[in-house]
Design a binder for this molecule. Structure first.
Ligand SMILES: [Zn+2]
Length: 109
């Protein structure tokens, strides 16, 4: 596993932890005033991390078209909106031959 992949994994773990903290903080909102602050900070951090994860993912992975074997990069918007298949594959349209297929992500060289 490369350094960048490791970094992405760590960020994803932090992201999941933040979501858990965010959900738990709702209990505190009801009981304590500072729970609102915690929830706002948590919510902003989750959104920021969400974009960071997609940005890193887009930067370190390439997709290869199974029909014309060209590899290509997708933009952050496509990375967020495209349909995920399994852990590291997406349904994408090849920019070269326009085939709509399940494409596996591979690390950039
Ligand atoms: Zn293609």
């Amino acid at each position: 596993m490369s350094k960048k992949e490791k970094a992405l994994k760590i960020i994803k773990i932090i992201y999941l932890l933040l979501i858990i903290i965010f959900l738990v903080s709702f209990v505190f909102i009801i009981r304590y005033k500072w729970g609102v602050f915690l929830a706002i900070v948590g919510f902003i951090s989750i959104i920021v991390l969400y974009f960071v994860i997609h940005f890193i993912h887009k930067k370190i992975y390439n997709y290869t078209c199974p029909s014309c074997h060209q590899s290509f990069q997708i933009d952050i918007f496509k990375d967020i909106t495209s349909y995920n298949v399994g852990s590291n594959a997406k349904i994408l349209i090849c920019p070269y031959c326009k085939t709509k297929e399940v494409m596996k992500a591979s690390l950039k060289q």
